[in-house]
Design a protein around this ligand. Structure first.
Ligand code: IPE
Ligand code: IPE
Ligand code: MG
Length: 227
Protein backbone atom coordinates (compact mmCIF):
# COMPACT_ATOMS: atom_id res chain seq x y z
CA UNK A 1 0.00 0.00 0.00
CA UNK A 2 1.12 3.48 0.84
CA UNK A 3 4.90 3.62 1.39
CA UNK A 4 6.12 7.22 1.68
CA UNK A 5 9.87 7.28 2.10
CA UNK A 6 10.13 10.00 4.74
CA UNK A 7 8.03 9.63 7.87
CA UNK A 8 6.12 12.71 9.01
CA UNK A 9 6.13 11.70 12.66
CA UNK A 10 9.01 9.89 14.39
CA UNK A 11 9.02 9.01 18.08
CA UNK A 12 12.03 7.87 20.10
CA UNK A 13 12.29 5.99 23.39
CA UNK A 14 15.62 7.46 24.46
CA UNK A 15 17.04 4.60 26.49
CA UNK A 16 20.51 3.63 27.69
CA UNK A 17 21.82 6.69 29.55
CA UNK A 18 22.57 4.65 32.68
CA UNK A 19 24.40 1.91 30.79
CA UNK A 20 26.39 4.50 28.84
CA UNK A 21 27.60 5.96 32.15
CA UNK A 22 28.22 2.54 33.76
CA UNK A 23 30.43 1.51 30.83
CA UNK A 24 32.63 4.51 31.62
CA UNK A 25 32.40 4.13 35.41
CA UNK A 26 30.67 7.52 35.58
CA UNK A 27 27.66 8.48 37.69
CA UNK A 28 24.29 7.92 35.99
CA UNK A 29 23.74 11.71 35.96
CA UNK A 30 26.59 12.01 33.44
CA UNK A 31 24.75 9.63 31.16
CA UNK A 32 21.66 11.78 31.41
CA UNK A 33 23.72 14.90 30.69
CA UNK A 34 25.14 13.34 27.54
CA UNK A 35 21.60 12.21 26.72
CA UNK A 36 20.69 15.90 26.62
CA UNK A 37 23.37 16.46 23.98
CA UNK A 38 21.88 13.60 21.96
CA UNK A 39 18.50 15.36 22.15
CA UNK A 40 20.07 18.48 20.60
CA UNK A 41 21.57 16.37 17.81
CA UNK A 42 18.30 14.55 17.16
CA UNK A 43 16.31 17.80 16.92
CA UNK A 44 18.88 19.17 14.47
CA UNK A 45 18.92 15.94 12.46
CA UNK A 46 15.14 16.08 12.06
CA UNK A 47 15.49 19.53 10.54
CA UNK A 48 18.15 18.28 8.10
CA UNK A 49 16.11 15.20 7.20
CA UNK A 50 12.78 17.00 6.82
CA UNK A 51 10.86 15.33 9.63
CA UNK A 52 7.82 17.36 10.57
CA UNK A 53 7.27 16.00 14.06
CA UNK A 54 9.59 14.37 16.59
CA UNK A 55 8.24 12.95 19.85
CA UNK A 56 10.74 12.11 22.60
CA UNK A 57 10.12 10.00 25.69
CA UNK A 58 11.98 11.95 28.36
CA UNK A 59 10.37 10.94 31.67
CA UNK A 60 7.78 8.23 32.19
CA UNK A 61 5.08 8.15 34.84
CA UNK A 62 6.97 5.14 36.21
CA UNK A 63 10.35 6.90 36.35
CA UNK A 64 9.42 8.44 39.73
CA UNK A 65 10.34 5.01 41.12
CA UNK A 66 14.01 5.78 40.56
CA UNK A 67 14.45 7.48 43.86
CA UNK A 68 15.05 11.01 44.98
CA UNK A 69 18.65 11.40 43.89
CA UNK A 70 18.22 10.32 40.28
CA UNK A 71 14.88 12.12 39.88
CA UNK A 72 16.53 15.24 41.36
CA UNK A 73 19.41 14.96 38.86
CA UNK A 74 16.95 14.62 35.99
CA UNK A 75 15.04 17.70 37.16
CA UNK A 76 18.26 19.73 37.40
CA UNK A 77 19.14 18.69 33.87
CA UNK A 78 15.71 19.60 32.63
CA UNK A 79 16.04 23.12 34.04
CA UNK A 80 19.46 23.52 32.48
CA UNK A 81 18.35 22.02 29.19
CA UNK A 82 15.50 24.48 28.76
CA UNK A 83 17.69 27.47 29.70
CA UNK A 84 20.49 26.41 27.35
CA UNK A 85 18.36 25.44 24.36
CA UNK A 86 15.28 27.64 24.22
CA UNK A 87 16.82 30.36 22.03
CA UNK A 88 18.12 27.75 19.56
CA UNK A 89 14.74 26.09 19.42
CA UNK A 90 13.05 29.37 18.58
CA UNK A 91 15.73 30.14 15.96
CA UNK A 92 15.31 26.67 14.43
CA UNK A 93 11.55 27.09 14.09
CA UNK A 94 10.78 24.35 16.62
CA UNK A 95 7.37 24.38 18.23
CA UNK A 96 7.41 22.66 21.61
CA UNK A 97 4.54 20.47 22.68
CA UNK A 98 4.22 18.47 25.90
CA UNK A 99 2.44 15.18 26.37
CA UNK A 100 1.79 13.64 29.78
CA UNK A 101 1.22 15.71 32.90
CA UNK A 102 4.11 18.12 33.38
CA UNK A 103 2.22 19.99 36.11
CA UNK A 104 3.41 17.35 38.59
CA UNK A 105 6.96 18.75 38.43
CA UNK A 106 8.37 21.46 40.72
CA UNK A 107 6.65 24.85 40.17
CA UNK A 108 9.77 26.50 38.70
CA UNK A 109 10.06 23.72 36.09
CA UNK A 110 6.38 24.01 35.25
CA UNK A 111 6.89 27.76 34.79
CA UNK A 112 9.96 27.23 32.57
CA UNK A 113 8.10 24.69 30.45
CA UNK A 114 5.05 26.93 30.09
CA UNK A 115 7.33 29.80 29.10
CA UNK A 116 9.01 27.58 26.49
CA UNK A 117 5.60 26.56 25.09
CA UNK A 118 4.68 30.22 24.76
CA UNK A 119 7.97 31.30 23.16
CA UNK A 120 7.99 28.49 20.59
CA UNK A 121 4.33 28.88 19.64
CA UNK A 122 5.13 30.18 16.15
CA UNK A 123 7.39 27.24 15.21
CA UNK A 124 6.70 25.24 12.07
CA UNK A 125 7.97 21.80 13.08
CA UNK A 126 7.00 20.06 16.26
CA UNK A 127 9.09 18.71 19.10
CA UNK A 128 6.74 16.84 21.41
CA UNK A 129 8.29 15.85 24.71
CA UNK A 130 6.71 13.17 26.87
CA UNK A 131 7.06 14.25 30.50
CA UNK A 132 5.51 12.35 33.36
CA UNK A 133 3.89 10.41 30.53
CA UNK A 134 2.25 7.00 30.60
CA UNK A 135 0.25 5.75 27.66
CA UNK A 136 -2.23 3.72 29.69
CA UNK A 137 -3.00 6.79 31.81
CA UNK A 138 -3.34 8.90 28.64
CA UNK A 139 -5.84 6.45 27.13
CA UNK A 140 -7.84 6.25 30.37
CA UNK A 141 -7.97 10.07 30.57
CA UNK A 142 -9.01 10.32 26.92
CA UNK A 143 -11.75 7.72 27.36
CA UNK A 144 -13.08 9.51 30.43
CA UNK A 145 -13.14 12.85 28.57
CA UNK A 146 -14.83 11.25 25.58
CA UNK A 147 -17.49 9.72 27.81
CA UNK A 148 -18.09 13.00 29.65
CA UNK A 149 -18.29 15.11 26.48
CA UNK A 150 -20.19 12.90 24.08
CA UNK A 151 -21.43 10.10 26.28
CA UNK A 152 -20.08 7.79 23.67
CA UNK A 153 -16.71 6.07 23.72
CA UNK A 154 -15.51 5.22 20.24
CA UNK A 155 -12.11 4.88 18.59
CA UNK A 156 -12.57 8.35 17.12
CA UNK A 157 -13.70 10.01 20.35
CA UNK A 158 -10.80 8.50 22.31
CA UNK A 159 -8.33 9.52 19.61
CA UNK A 160 -9.64 13.09 19.61
CA UNK A 161 -8.90 13.33 23.35
CA UNK A 162 -5.40 11.84 23.40
CA UNK A 163 -2.51 14.18 24.26
CA UNK A 164 -1.28 13.63 20.69
CA UNK A 165 -4.61 14.56 19.03
CA UNK A 166 -3.11 17.47 17.11
CA UNK A 167 0.02 15.61 15.93
CA UNK A 168 0.34 13.75 12.62
CA UNK A 169 -0.18 9.96 12.80
CA UNK A 170 2.85 8.14 14.20
CA UNK A 171 4.89 6.60 11.38
CA UNK A 172 8.08 5.38 13.00
CA UNK A 173 8.89 4.43 16.58
CA UNK A 174 12.56 3.97 17.50
CA UNK A 175 13.95 2.58 20.76
CA UNK A 176 17.64 2.73 21.52
CA UNK A 177 19.74 0.58 23.90
CA UNK A 178 18.68 -2.81 22.58
CA UNK A 179 15.58 -3.22 24.77
CA UNK A 180 12.60 -4.49 22.79
CA UNK A 181 9.56 -3.15 24.63
CA UNK A 182 7.36 -0.07 24.67
CA UNK A 183 7.48 0.72 28.41
CA UNK A 184 4.06 2.42 28.38
CA UNK A 185 4.87 4.76 25.47
CA UNK A 186 2.38 5.63 22.69
CA UNK A 187 0.60 2.26 22.89
CA UNK A 188 -2.47 3.54 21.05
CA UNK A 189 -0.54 5.62 18.50
CA UNK A 190 1.77 2.71 17.64
CA UNK A 191 -1.12 0.61 16.29
CA UNK A 192 0.27 0.79 12.74
CA UNK A 193 3.60 2.49 13.28
CA UNK A 194 6.77 0.83 12.05
CA UNK A 195 9.16 -0.03 14.88
CA UNK A 196 12.94 0.03 14.80
CA UNK A 197 14.96 -1.20 17.77
CA UNK A 198 18.61 -0.16 17.75
CA UNK A 199 21.53 -1.28 19.89
CA UNK A 200 23.08 2.19 20.20
CA UNK A 201 22.90 3.73 23.69
CA UNK A 202 21.03 7.05 23.64
CA UNK A 203 24.03 9.31 24.53
CA UNK A 204 25.81 7.90 21.45
CA UNK A 205 22.87 8.60 19.11
CA UNK A 206 23.83 10.68 16.07
CA UNK A 207 22.31 11.78 12.78
CA UNK A 208 23.67 8.63 11.12
CA UNK A 209 21.57 6.45 13.44
CA UNK A 210 18.44 8.38 12.52
CA UNK A 211 19.36 7.97 8.85
CA UNK A 212 19.73 4.21 9.42
CA UNK A 213 16.28 4.03 11.00
CA UNK A 214 14.81 6.06 8.13
CA UNK A 215 16.43 3.73 5.60
CA UNK A 216 14.88 0.79 7.39
CA UNK A 217 11.51 2.59 7.41
CA UNK A 218 11.74 3.20 3.67
CA UNK A 219 12.25 -0.54 3.08
CA UNK A 220 9.13 -1.49 5.04
CA UNK A 221 5.82 -2.14 3.36
CA UNK A 222 2.94 -0.70 5.37
CA UNK A 223 -0.29 -2.62 4.88
CA UNK A 224 -2.71 -1.44 7.59
CA UNK A 225 -4.43 -4.80 7.42
CA UNK A 226 -4.93 -4.66 3.65
CA UNK A 227 -3.00 -6.58 1.04
C1 IPE B 1 16.86 6.65 29.69
O1 IPE B 1 18.03 6.06 30.15
C2 IPE B 1 16.58 7.96 30.37
C3 IPE B 1 15.40 7.96 31.26
C4 IPE B 1 14.61 6.94 31.47
C5 IPE B 1 15.12 9.19 31.99
P1 IPE B 1 18.04 5.09 31.42
O2 IPE B 1 18.32 5.89 32.63
O3 IPE B 1 16.79 4.27 31.45
O4 IPE B 1 19.29 4.18 31.07
P2 IPE B 1 19.46 2.63 31.36
O5 IPE B 1 18.27 1.93 30.77
O6 IPE B 1 19.51 2.46 32.85
O7 IPE B 1 20.73 2.27 30.69
C1 IPE C 1 11.51 4.27 29.19
O1 IPE C 1 12.73 3.80 29.61
C2 IPE C 1 11.33 5.70 29.65
C3 IPE C 1 12.17 6.69 28.99
C4 IPE C 1 13.03 6.47 28.05
C5 IPE C 1 11.97 8.05 29.43
P1 IPE C 1 12.92 2.98 30.97
O2 IPE C 1 14.37 2.72 31.06
O3 IPE C 1 12.28 3.72 32.09
O4 IPE C 1 12.08 1.66 30.70
P2 IPE C 1 12.22 0.21 31.34
O5 IPE C 1 12.10 0.39 32.82
O6 IPE C 1 13.54 -0.33 30.94
O7 IPE C 1 11.09 -0.57 30.73
MG1 MG D 1 16.29 2.46 30.71
Amino acid sequence: MNTPTTPRHVAIIMDGNGRWAAKRRLPRAMGHREGGEAVRRAVKACEVLGIECLTLYAFSSENWKRGEEEVGDLMKLMRRFIEANLDDMVAQGVKLKLIGDHTAFEPDIVAKLDHALERTRGGTRTLAVALNYGSQQEIARAAAKAAAAAGEVTVESIEANLDTADLPPLDLLIRTSGEVRLSNFLLWQAAYAEMVFMDVLWPDFEEKHLREALDEFARRERRYGGR
